[in-house]
Structures are given as C-alpha cells and as structure tokens.
Design a protein around this ligand. Structure first.
Ligand SMILES: [Zn+2]
Length: 258
C-alpha cells in the first residue's frame, strides 16, 4: 500500500491523500475508526449555578456539549479505565467554568479551562445572548469519549471515493459545457474544452457532465482518494495515526482470541 498527499489545508483542517494498491474495505475501516473510535474531549456533565438567560438549562447544556474542545490525547484517559477507578481526577476529567453577566453575546473564549492546552477550539462561537441583569454561571466537566456513543465526541469527518478520470473527446458545443461547469472542471482554451484536473477530484457533477455530451466519458482507477476534515479537537494527522493505533490494538485483540 502506498500513500500520497494530494493537498493539505491547515487553516481549514483538511487533508486529502491517495491510497494506492489497497481497497475500499481498508478505506472504509479507516473511515469508521476515525468517525467512531478516535476519542476527543467534550463536555459531559454540568452544574448550572445560575442561568436566567433566554436559553433554558437543557438548551444551554446541549450547546456547551457540542462546542469542540482542543484535545490532548497524551494527558487524558477514559474515566472507566482511569487509575482513580471512575471517581474522577485530573487524568480523566477537565473542569471548565463559564461565568458571564455582560450584556450581549457570551462567547466560548470566556470559558476558563483548568488546562490551558485544552480550551474551546473556536473562540468566537456564541453560547448565549444576555440582556441586562441576566447572567450565566456554569461549571462543566469534560471527559474523553467516542463518536460511536455521541457525535459530540467525533473528531471530524472522513470520506473516500475512487480516483475519477474524465476523458474529453470531440464535443458538439464546448462553450455551453464550459458555461454549465459551475465547479471549474471545464474551461475554454482557444475554442477547445480544457479540463482542470484538480477540480475533477472535488467535483460532484462528473456524471452530469457525462450526460451532456457523448464525447465526455468517465472512468475510475483503483486508487482511492481519502479526505479527512477535523472539527478542531485534533489535527488530521493525529486523527489518522490514532485511528491506525486503534486498528492495530483491535487486530492484536482478535489474534489473542483466535
Ligand atoms: Zn481519573
């Protein structure tokens, strides 16, 4: 099996790469491990000391649970397997406090985490909006969890497809095809239709282009294009390497059982 990077957008937390000499079974295993097994931190318990905002307590709790939290996998363990026996300690729990009585929006950045490495990812994510004399005071406890138990613990998104090859022969009306190509796959160069190979990888309209003219045909190679997007808790690389560590752990477990 060979891996080859196609593009990486660090600011958008996106990574796209080729998996060559492998198959869809492997790609799907990797996809499911990323979505369901790679752990992250998320708010699980909260104590609402004060909340007279327009959001009732359950709504506020739901919003706080879904805020992505930067996760340091080396410092935290699952509560169930922690040395403290599930009582809760600094290795399995992260305490965060959010207190505000300022009129206007309350942003995620106002929350105070006891671990400076693990704070909310998006500073300007609004949590609630306060009117004069309203306030919120919430003590949160975040724990490690898996996406298969609740999507708030999912580290991001992963998907794959086979590498498409778009062949362009003789077409009737090059100009109108280029005009219909809203995703930049086709452009006109000197009265001829020209294909932008980078746009072909991202395009969702390839079947539509094939239907436009008999001169356009679509094939797929055995190479797999795998895309990962992170919600910000972990980097794309951390997501993939953790997924593979879990894969090895699981196969070793299976080996012992056989
Ligand atoms: Zn513990």
């Amino acid at each position: 099996m060979k891996l080859e990077k196609i593009k990486e957008e660090r600011k958008k937390n996106k990574l796209v790469f080729f998996i060559k000499d492998s198959d869809e079974v492997f790609a799907n295993t990797l996809r499911r491990l990323v979505l369901e097994e790679v752990p992250t931190l998320a708010v699980e318990d909260l104590e609402i000391k004060d909340n007279n905002s327009a959001l009732y307590d359950e709504m506020l709790g739901l919003r706080l649970g879904l805020l992505p939290l930067k996760t340091d996998l080396k410092s935290y363990t699952f509560k169930a397997t922690c040395k403290c026996g599930g009582e809760g300690c600094a290795r399995c729990e992260l305490k965060i406090n959010l207190k505000s009585s300022k009129k206007g929006y309350v942003y995620a950045e106002e929350a105070k985490s006891t671990d400076p490495k693990c704070t909310f990812v998006h500073e300007k994510m609004p949590v609630a909006k306060l009117l004069g004399k309203q306030k919120i005071d919430v003590q949160m406890t975040a724990v490690l969890g898996k996406g298969k138990n609740h999507s708030k613990w999912s580290p991001g998104f992963a998907f794959f497809k086979r590498e498409p090859i778009l062949n362009v022969g003789k077409v009737d009306d090059a100009e109108s095809i280029a005009h219909l190509s809203s995703d930049g796959v086709f452009t006109i160069k000197g009265n001829k239709l020209s294909v932008n190979p980078e746009a072909v990888f991202d395009s969702q309209l390839l079947d539509y282009y094939v239907s436009l003219d008999k001169g356009i045909t679509l094939e797929h190679t055995d190479n797999i294009i795998f895309s990962v997007e992170s919600w910000g808790q972990l980097s794309c690389k951390e997501m993939l390497s953790t997924a593979m560590d879990i894969f090895i752990e699981k196969t070793e477990e299976l080996e012992k059982l056989l």
